[in-house]
Design a protein around this ligand. Structure first.
Ligand code: NAP
Length: 292
């Protein structure tokens, strides 16, 4: 059944996700901060809006896919925010990766206006967004999750209701710990091979079949071999995610030494002007430290 959907944020992830919802037959009202980003969606049948508020008007579900916690706060709670357009009984779904604590706060603010909220961050990258095979980690009420599930099914494959508001963002933070530490491991292994005069491409081929095999070795390992760091997942967004992880860990008195180390390498990458490239470029930091 076709659902009226508001969609805000048309970047690397948001644009293909919005297109997949249109392909699945849903009606979309889109908002992109730069008007030109709405063009491909309009050509595919979406209605362009001039603010997040307008995109949420008349929508049963409003999806947000922007960058960072302050951006989601502005889009949802700001002067022209979703909260001023969303009708009581509708659902706001934030699919960006942001702070679990801020998520719980926004869910309470929306609830005070009779609007439901789900946090539903994703994993799977731009490739997963284009091919509608994202992993989606959902926080919020179970009955609200079931209402929105048909939309999630147009965007992803592995869709898990984790728990209450914020639980989806906690799951995503866990995902980013594993991804960051694995990227670092792959970068070190491929650099080790090179420094030994051994073909790192052949090493990757061999490792892919064993216990060291992973999606990161496959996708990011290839980017490292080719030194092709077109994003993908921008380094500054990966730094943002580890910031969320480290801040939450600090509040909880939790030690995450491996994630903290990768954070330093992302800082170094950004300091070298590589904030907008794919975070597989961590290999450049490892190579520099090793004289390559
Ligand atoms: P992106 O390409 O940088 O796109 C972000 C979009 O959000 C841009 O279109 C930007 O508008 C818009 N935006 C940012 N702040 C805004 C604001 N205050 N008001 C209105 N629009 C705003 O980033 P992305 O890769 O699509 O990532 C989006 C989210 O998904 C992030 O939270 C990221 O961590 C998460 N994520 C990304 C990946 C990935 O592989 N890329 C994977 C999983 C999750 P402008 O065009 O005007 O800047």
């Amino acid at each position: 059944m076709a659902i009226d959907v508001g969609f805000i944020g048309l970047g690397i992830m948001g644009r293909p996700m919005a297109l997949n919802l249109l392909k699945a037959g849903h009606r979309l009202r889109v908002y992109g901060r730069r008007p030109e980003t709405m063009q491909p969606l309009m050509q595919a049948g979406a209605t362009a809006c001039t603010s997040p508020r307008e995109a949420a008007e008349g929508a049963e579900v409003t999806i947000v896919m922007v960058s960072d916690t302050p951006d989601v706060e502005q889009v949802i709670l700001g002067a022209e925010g979703v909260i001023h357009g969303a009708r009581p009984g509708s659902v706001v779904v934030d699919m960006s990766t942001i702070s679990p604590a801020a998520t719980r706060f926004m869910a309470r603010e929306l609830a005070a206006n009779g609007v439901e909220m789900l946090d539903a961050p994703v994993s799977g990258g731009d490739v997963g967004a284009v091919n509608a095979i994202l992993s989606i980690m959902v926080g919020g009420k179970a009955e609200v999750f079931l209402r929105v599930k048909p939309l999630f099914e147009a965007l992803g494959k592995n869709i898990v209701h984790i728990g209450d508001n914020g639980a989806g963002q906690v799951a995503k933070a866990c995902n980013q710990i594993v991804v960051a530490v694995t990227i670092q491991g792959v970068a070190e292994a491929l650099t080790f091979a090179r420094k030994n005069g051994v073909d790192p491409g052949k090493v990757r081929d061999a490792l892919l079949g064993g216990f060291a095999g992973s999606k990161i070795l496959e996708v990011h390992g290839k980017r490292m071999l080719d030194h092709d760091f077109k994003p993908g997942f921008k380094t500054r967004l990966h730094q943002k995610d580890l910031d969320i992880v480290m801040q939450t860990a600090r509040e909880l008195g939790l030690a995450l030494p491996a994630a903290a180390l990768v954070m330093q390498n992302l800082n170094a990458l950004i300091g070298s002007g590589d904030g907008e490239v794919d975070s597989a470029a961590v290999v450049k930091v490892v190579e520099r430290m090793s004289g390559l």
